[in-house]
Design a protein around this ligand. Sequence first.
Ligand SMILES: CC(C)(COP(=O)(O)OP(=O)(O)OC[C@H]1O[C@@H](n2cnc3c(N)ncnc32)[C@H](O)[C@@H]1OP(=O)(O)O)[C@@H](O)C(=O)NCCC(=O)NCCS
Length: 400
Amino acid sequence: MAERAEVVFVDGVRTPFGRAGEKGMYWQTRADDLVVKAIIGLLERNPGVPKDRIDDVAIAATTQTGDQGLTLGRTAALLAGLPQSVPGYAIDRMCAGAMTSVTTTAGAIAFGAYDLAIAGGVEHMGRHPMGFGVDPNPRFLAEKLVSAEALNMGNTAERIHDRFPHLTKERADRFALGSQRKTAEAYKNGKIQPDLIPVATRSATGWGLATADEAPRPETTMEGLAGLRTPFRPHGRVTAGNSSGLNDGATASLLASADAAKEFGLSTKMRLVSFAFAGVEPEIMGIGPVPSTEKALRKAGLSIGDIGLFELNEAFAIQVLSLLDHFGIDDEDPRVNIWGGAIAVGHPLASSGVRLMIQLARQFEEHPEVRYGLTAMCIGLGQGGSVIWENPHFTGKRKK
Ligand SMILES: CC(C)(COP(=O)(O)OP(=O)(O)OC[C@H]1O[C@@H](n2cnc3c(N)ncnc32)[C@H](O)[C@@H]1OP(=O)(O)O)[C@@H](O)C(=O)NCCC(=O)NCCS
């Protein structure tokens, strides 16, 4: 039997995220080209990786048809110029697709089956609108396995507001405003740009180059947020301002066994500690990261107080607030989403898990006083996913 190997996050990159739809910067760009671009960018900045030693390429997408079909990991590997001997496959766990690409290949590394793996995800929500072409089994509704509302993510967010009335719309809007402000600040200080791979774009006016996220609204104000429509329910609380939007984008990361990273002279940006997924009532899917985080902490022998940095996917502000509230963390805790999150930069579903990891890895470098960090997200139909990472730069002391 092979011994369990230590798994390290060597590096991660992403494309800038676009706004979905005809006016978005990727309207005329194929989904697979986005993830291919991310993989090429990842390998270019890690020249020590022997391409023929990559054991697998796992790429996630929620809608796996058309330019997101045909076993994405394999097609993306071939298109990115990897040798034919490198295999690949596709993954789907809706919003946690890329997170599951990471945990699945990490499991293979830990088992000793793989030394090196590429894991990521893509979602072109313009070309593949959410829920398009789905055919839920009639038993779901006939047997009341889930209510119709559980199939619409915005409705599930309204239901969290119902469940926790003290988590008001005002608190959700304030959290959303914070996300926009922190992202604007992070862009100003050049925190986000180093991990973006520029993408050539095509539009009616000719060629362009995407070098930054398209969705952030730095001009956001509390008054502006207060006046927005509530599209999921009359007099509801969930708006376009306190939700993530509809976006296009791709992510790619490189994972390795600690031995392989050493052998090939690769960086170690994070060490994997534990991960867990958990199911909850589909009607309030956004609370999924609560039990998955508790499970991941338990498996690691840690408590929430050991986590020094949080990268939580902001599918909806209310859904992040429900996790913070559960663990007794303040809405504006400085350890949480310090460069903002999906409410500002966007959430191209199956790609987002690796975006959280990319940002946590950068923050680890800046915070040697922090030993452990958490990446967590909610998942459609009532799930949560959490991954706990250890900071290889940990010294116990703040950077001077
Ligand atoms: C909420 C949602 C329906 C809004 O979609 P949309 O109407 O296309 O969103 P838009 O970007 O056009 O915004 C709607 C309006 O709000 C305004 N707006 C959005 N964010 C704003 C902000 N931060 N400040 C001020 N105004 C804002 C827009 O300008 C627009 O105004 P207009 O109608 O006058 O043009 C959509 O983003 C959505 O479904 N989000 C959730 C995605 C999801 O479920 N993901 C999976 C999670 S599990």
